[in-house]
Design a protein around this ligand. Sequence first.
Ligand SMILES: [Zn+2]
Length: 217
Amino acid sequence: MTVEHFNVTRRGFIRSLGLALPALAAAPSLSFVRASPVLPPATDLSFLAPHVTLKRRHEWTRISPNPERLREANGSSYDRITVHHAGMDIIRATSERAVVGHLDGVLGAHLGRRFGDVGYHFIIDYAGRVWEGRSLAFWGAHVSGQNDHNIGIVLLGNFERQRPSREQLATMDRLVPLLQNRYRMRKREVYGHIDLGQTLCPGKYLYPAVRRLKQRG
Ligand SMILES: [Zn+2]
């Protein structure tokens, strides 16, 4: 059992009931069920492109995700975002080549934990680029037991020991609202990992910036 396979979701079960009983699902007595917004495919990240420097997954790795170890979001929406730091070495690399080396390291570590892919949906490097991680078509693997409907963003570096770069923070401040708008999230539904689990992540030098994003909501 890995974090990937926790929470065989109650929502998924309810959804399957809904599919089996469409007449009931449409009945007035169930009208409190919030309709899901109609969204373009999770792989369509064109809404990010004009606003951030985006690198797609295939641009940094040839390793394919293992769908047997992933759980599909099945068109369900996301309702919150959790911010992390990579949390190992101090990282100030800005060249694409060096960054790809770090991304390979994160992916390798997660595959070593038997995840089906890198656990985060987006990675922000020290230069402020956004690298696509796990497809939004799949729930992430970044907060134990709380991955459903939760977009995972990681900033490369260890923000217990270093400060994030101005570029990283500027990108986070752009990326979070873009995702919130795309998924019609409440603005306050952005967290540091420390808010949801026993961890120092995303580190004392990054967490205040996450709190500021939350307070905009
Ligand atoms: Zn974390």
